[in-house]
Design a protein around this ligand. Sequence first.
Ligand code: NAD
Length: 401
Amino acid sequence: MKIIVLGGDGFCGWPTALHLSQAGHEIIIVDNLSRRNIDNELECSSLTPIQPMGTRLRVWQEVTGKSIRFIKLDIAKEYVELRDLLAAEKPDAVVHFAEQRAAPYSMKSPRHKTYTVDNNLNATHNLLCAIVENDQDIHVVHLGTMGVYGYSTGPKIPEGYLQIKVVSDGKEYPHTILHPAYPGSIYHMTKTQDALFFQFYNKNDGVRVTDLHQGVVWGTNTAETLLDERLVNRFDYDGDYGTVLNRFLMQAAVGYPLTVYGTGGQTRAFIHIRDTVRCIELALENPPAAGDPVHIFNQVTETHRVRDLANLVSGMTDVPVQNISNPRNEADENDLVVENEKFLSLGLNPTTLSEGLMEEVTEIAKKYADRCDESVILPRSMWTQAKLSVVDEDVSEADAG
Ligand SMILES: NC(=O)c1ccc[n+]([C@@H]2O[C@H](COP(=O)([O-])OP(=O)(O)OC[C@H]3O[C@@H](n4cnc5c(N)ncnc54)[C@H](O)[C@@H]3O)[C@@H](O)[C@H]2O)c1
């Protein structure tokens, strides 16, 4: 297939582009490099020494003989260029990663909220609108999040759709609806809106879409990024972009107490980056047929409570756990049971925490520990004004400690 990877310079996009290229597909990466600019804004950087795009692609060609093209484009702002690119390249599929993906960053200030809404909604809408304007049949594979469902304790979360009955005037009307959206941040809210864009363009124009509701991604490398150190993937550990498990691994590697927000009773869904790239390949190989509704998969392999993860990492490394006030506005405790049969039935063979965790501590977090800037670890984005003062106290205590 010819595949355009939007957001192919990012944490999930880069290893996906390499994995698909290695599998023999023709890959074009489109990215506006905004994530690298956000690192400049936040004065932090990936724990791993990621290379500029030119170096990444040159090394990939040297090591494998395969070439990947790169086009710098802001898909949220440059509609005409995106439309013309799709018309000229005629891809079979587009994998869409190109959004601002950090919940804390999206809650940082009114400017960050507005940026996240403008960027994410326009990016997704421009893509769908351009496909329809060009009258093309392109399979869109989008990376959504488990966070669209919300995190209240409840029944097992289905893969996207809910079978319901509406009772009205004594009669029962069966319906299939999108699972009710219950976002916990501006970022998650943009993902719930994406789902409506997909539903509309699918119903109205027949656009074929697979929406992957992904859990928190952990791990760093895949078989392809390990081929040369200059292909290394990004590893974020700062309070805004560092996802919880990667943050714990890095904190353990430098002997910094593992900071658990609140009671740590939040249960979240996880997936290793190696499984992310495999799931996307499976989604591309199993596209919706013409006329199918949006395909929705829960792209998760296991669920864990945050404090259990902290204790697990602490037990492996002897680094203590420290509870701090939760910067987020969320339930202290929740259970989470998620259906994920679709990918398993397509042949996904998950990497579990018990197999992969120690390797991440030693191979990545310890190896690059000298690049860690401890001043960026603690949360700096608060969900509400009221939380700002409470967390400031924690932060100064922990900074001192
Ligand atoms: N990382 C996770 O744990 C996780 C979990 C669930 C879902 N996801 C989803 O997966 C996708 C990728 O996440 P990631 O962790 O790789 O994020 P990332 O920030 O590392 O990568 C996103 C990439 O998209 C680019 N981008 C953003 N806006 C763009 C625009 N307007 N035009 C062109 N390029 C643009 C950025 O420069 C960046 O390279 C996101 O949509 C995210 O919501 C990620």
